[in-house]
Design a protein around this ligand. Sequence first.
Ligand SMILES: NC(=O)c1ccc[n+]([C@@H]2O[C@H](COP(=O)([O-])OP(=O)(O)OC[C@H]3O[C@@H](n4cnc5c(N)ncnc54)[C@H](O)[C@@H]3O)[C@@H](O)[C@H]2O)c1
Length: 386
Amino acid sequence: MQESMGVAIVGCGYVADYYATTLPNHPQLKAVGAYDRDPARASDFSLHHGIPVFASMADLLADESVRIVVNLTNPRSHAHVTRAALEAGRHVYSEKPLALSLPEARELVELAESRGLTLGTGPCTLLGETAQTVWRALRDGAVGRPRLVYAELDDGAIHQMPYWTWTSASGAPWPYLDEFRVGPALEHAAYYLNWLTAFFGPVTEVTSFSALVVPGKVPGMTGCDFAPDFTTAALRFTSGVIARLTCSTLAPEDRALRIIGDDGVLHVAECWDYGAGVTLRTLVPAERRESSDHYLEPPVSFPLVRPADYHHSYKESPEQEPHDMDFARGVAEVADAVIERRGARVSARQALHVLEIILAMTECGTTTIESTFEPVTPMPWAGLPA
Ligand SMILES: NC(=O)c1ccc[n+]([C@@H]2O[C@H](COP(=O)([O-])OP(=O)(O)OC[C@H]3O[C@@H](n4cnc5c(N)ncnc54)[C@H](O)[C@@H]3O)[C@@H](O)[C@H]2O)c1
């Protein structure tokens, strides 16, 4: 029988619902309990999902059945909660960002390593079918030598939407002040940086422009402590690939990726859907190119690579907002890594590297990136390198 690991959730807010409904996708994970410093929030979450509540963080950490702490608190609580869990000898899966500063994040990574504990971080979309398919296509040489990447993480003009009415299935309000204060780079850039650093290796240099374009997002608030709502950066990878990544909460929703190589272009329309299609446009053969303005063939779907137990939709209950992301897959990866005594794919070293890139992105100018990380391996079901 498969070994199972006790999981406790800390932070029962908006995103916790997505974890609670996707934990059952992974039989190696057993939800032992949850804790939130807001008892009413913890109680609503518990009633909705049937997951028991711990009275305190101390009680949670005293429970021997808790092997993995899943840190779903607000970004400014991440470091504190992760440190407490690691000091209590627990493996941790933390939502992004690992911490809000590089020294804090580095300290957590070193603490985990010194104690022989696994520290994994979100987002885990790299473990999804779409990302693994793109990676497989690159390994198979579908576009030849990759040269240039355009990645978009535009979330729409959130301040023009009724964001104050958004609530999760168990009733948690969407934390808009947090989102505006942390900003789209720290909130979202990792969705593509995790992919790109896995595909192309570490980044050595970031040239960035960032600005708070609309300060008055919330009526009655000056917005002076809001983060930049527009960030664009060019990244240079050790492998020679160049990427341009843009994040905003202003431009209409667009989370597309284009990878341009010598022999073609790979395209993904949406990185927040684990089963989003991947298309490939190859070069028109040289003899036909001379008689046409077009140098690329029409897009053709690249078949998705999938695990044997693949199911595209992660909508678990009728009343839940449809979502196409298996949030708990990163927690499962931590559990599998612990069981199999190997490093986790959503590793803390990669997260530290990604955080250094993101912090550089929120400045204006050019920054040399110092950190690095061990190469990541594809999921076993995505096939070996060609
Ligand atoms: N909202 C989303 O759609 C979404 C999607 C993906 C990832 N995330 C990430 O998930 C994390 C949580 O976001 P959220 O939207 O659920 O926020 P939220 O504000 O809705 O929930 C956070 C919860 O953590 C609790 N909390 C904070 N500090 C705590 C502490 N020290 N101990 C115990 N509980 C504590 C709060 O009381 C709150 O209930 C963030 O890192 C965010 O970037 C959010």
